[in-house]
Design a protein around this ligand. Structure first.
Ligand SMILES: [Zn+2]
Length: 116
Protein backbone atom coordinates (compact mmCIF):
# COMPACT_ATOMS: atom_id res chain seq x y z
CA UNK A 1 0.00 0.00 0.00
CA UNK A 2 2.80 2.40 0.90
CA UNK A 3 4.56 1.58 -2.36
CA UNK A 4 1.34 2.19 -4.33
CA UNK A 5 0.95 5.63 -2.73
CA UNK A 6 4.58 6.41 -3.52
CA UNK A 7 4.05 5.38 -7.12
CA UNK A 8 1.01 7.67 -7.37
CA UNK A 9 2.95 10.64 -6.02
CA UNK A 10 6.13 10.07 -8.02
CA UNK A 11 7.08 11.41 -11.44
CA UNK A 12 4.54 11.38 -14.30
CA UNK A 13 6.44 8.67 -16.13
CA UNK A 14 6.28 6.35 -13.11
CA UNK A 15 2.60 7.13 -12.40
CA UNK A 16 1.79 6.31 -16.04
CA UNK A 17 3.50 3.01 -15.39
CA UNK A 18 1.34 2.53 -12.31
CA UNK A 19 -1.85 3.39 -14.25
CA UNK A 20 -0.80 0.98 -16.98
CA UNK A 21 -0.24 -1.67 -14.31
CA UNK A 22 -3.70 -0.94 -12.84
CA UNK A 23 -5.34 -1.23 -16.27
CA UNK A 24 -3.88 -4.69 -16.66
CA UNK A 25 -4.78 -5.85 -13.14
CA UNK A 26 -8.48 -4.96 -12.78
CA UNK A 27 -10.39 -7.15 -10.35
CA UNK A 28 -13.03 -9.31 -12.01
CA UNK A 29 -16.61 -8.73 -10.87
CA UNK A 30 -18.01 -11.96 -9.32
CA UNK A 31 -21.60 -10.94 -10.14
CA UNK A 32 -20.69 -10.38 -13.79
CA UNK A 33 -18.78 -13.68 -13.85
CA UNK A 34 -21.85 -15.57 -12.59
CA UNK A 35 -24.60 -13.79 -14.50
CA UNK A 36 -22.75 -12.04 -17.37
CA UNK A 37 -24.66 -8.91 -16.32
CA UNK A 38 -23.16 -5.74 -14.80
CA UNK A 39 -23.65 -5.22 -11.06
CA UNK A 40 -24.38 -1.75 -9.60
CA UNK A 41 -20.63 -1.29 -9.01
CA UNK A 42 -19.37 -2.33 -12.42
CA UNK A 43 -17.32 0.40 -14.07
CA UNK A 44 -15.85 1.85 -10.88
CA UNK A 45 -12.30 0.61 -11.47
CA UNK A 46 -12.22 1.79 -15.09
CA UNK A 47 -13.72 5.12 -13.97
CA UNK A 48 -11.05 5.61 -11.28
CA UNK A 49 -8.33 4.85 -13.84
CA UNK A 50 -9.85 7.46 -16.18
CA UNK A 51 -9.77 9.94 -13.28
CA UNK A 52 -6.12 9.09 -12.55
CA UNK A 53 -5.42 9.90 -16.20
CA UNK A 54 -7.19 13.24 -15.68
CA UNK A 55 -10.13 12.44 -17.97
CA UNK A 56 -13.12 13.50 -15.85
CA UNK A 57 -15.61 13.22 -18.74
CA UNK A 58 -14.62 9.61 -19.45
CA UNK A 59 -14.73 8.86 -15.74
CA UNK A 60 -18.29 10.18 -15.45
CA UNK A 61 -19.34 8.28 -18.57
CA UNK A 62 -17.87 5.00 -17.32
CA UNK A 63 -19.34 5.24 -13.82
CA UNK A 64 -21.10 8.46 -12.75
CA UNK A 65 -20.96 7.87 -8.93
CA UNK A 66 -17.13 7.75 -8.79
CA UNK A 67 -16.57 11.41 -7.92
CA UNK A 68 -19.30 11.37 -5.25
CA UNK A 69 -17.80 8.20 -3.72
CA UNK A 70 -14.27 9.64 -3.72
CA UNK A 71 -15.43 12.93 -2.16
CA UNK A 72 -17.30 10.93 0.50
CA UNK A 73 -14.25 8.77 1.27
CA UNK A 74 -11.87 11.75 1.45
CA UNK A 75 -14.29 13.72 3.64
CA UNK A 76 -14.80 10.72 5.93
CA UNK A 77 -11.02 10.34 6.36
CA UNK A 78 -10.63 14.07 7.04
CA UNK A 79 -13.51 13.90 9.53
CA UNK A 80 -11.74 11.08 11.38
CA UNK A 81 -8.63 13.27 11.64
CA UNK A 82 -10.18 16.70 12.31
CA UNK A 83 -13.62 15.82 13.76
CA UNK A 84 -15.64 18.48 11.88
CA UNK A 85 -18.74 19.96 13.46
CA UNK A 86 -21.75 18.17 11.87
CA UNK A 87 -19.28 15.91 10.05
CA UNK A 88 -21.27 12.75 10.74
CA UNK A 89 -24.42 14.36 9.35
CA UNK A 90 -22.49 15.48 6.25
CA UNK A 91 -21.18 11.94 5.77
CA UNK A 92 -24.72 10.55 5.98
CA UNK A 93 -25.96 13.09 3.43
CA UNK A 94 -23.04 12.33 1.07
CA UNK A 95 -23.65 8.60 1.52
CA UNK A 96 -27.32 8.99 0.60
CA UNK A 97 -26.33 11.17 -2.39
CA UNK A 98 -23.74 8.66 -3.65
CA UNK A 99 -26.17 5.76 -3.15
CA UNK A 100 -28.88 7.65 -5.05
CA UNK A 101 -26.48 8.18 -7.97
CA UNK A 102 -25.54 4.47 -7.92
CA UNK A 103 -29.21 3.41 -7.96
CA UNK A 104 -30.22 5.93 -10.64
CA UNK A 105 -27.22 4.90 -12.76
CA UNK A 106 -28.14 1.22 -12.45
CA UNK A 107 -31.80 1.84 -13.26
CA UNK A 108 -30.64 3.85 -16.30
CA UNK A 109 -28.42 0.94 -17.41
CA UNK A 110 -31.25 -1.58 -16.93
CA UNK A 111 -33.73 0.63 -18.76
CA UNK A 112 -31.33 1.22 -21.67
CA UNK A 113 -30.15 -2.40 -21.73
CA UNK A 114 -26.50 -1.54 -21.08
CA UNK A 115 -25.85 -4.40 -18.66
CA UNK A 116 -23.88 -6.58 -21.06
ZN1 LIG B 1 -19.74 -5.64 -11.07
Amino acid sequence: MKNAALLLLSTPQKSEGFIHWLENHLLACPFKKLTSLDCPGCGLQRSVIALLKGDIAASLKLYPPTLAILVLMIFALLHLKFDFKNGALMIKAMYIFATAIIIINYIYKVYNQQLF
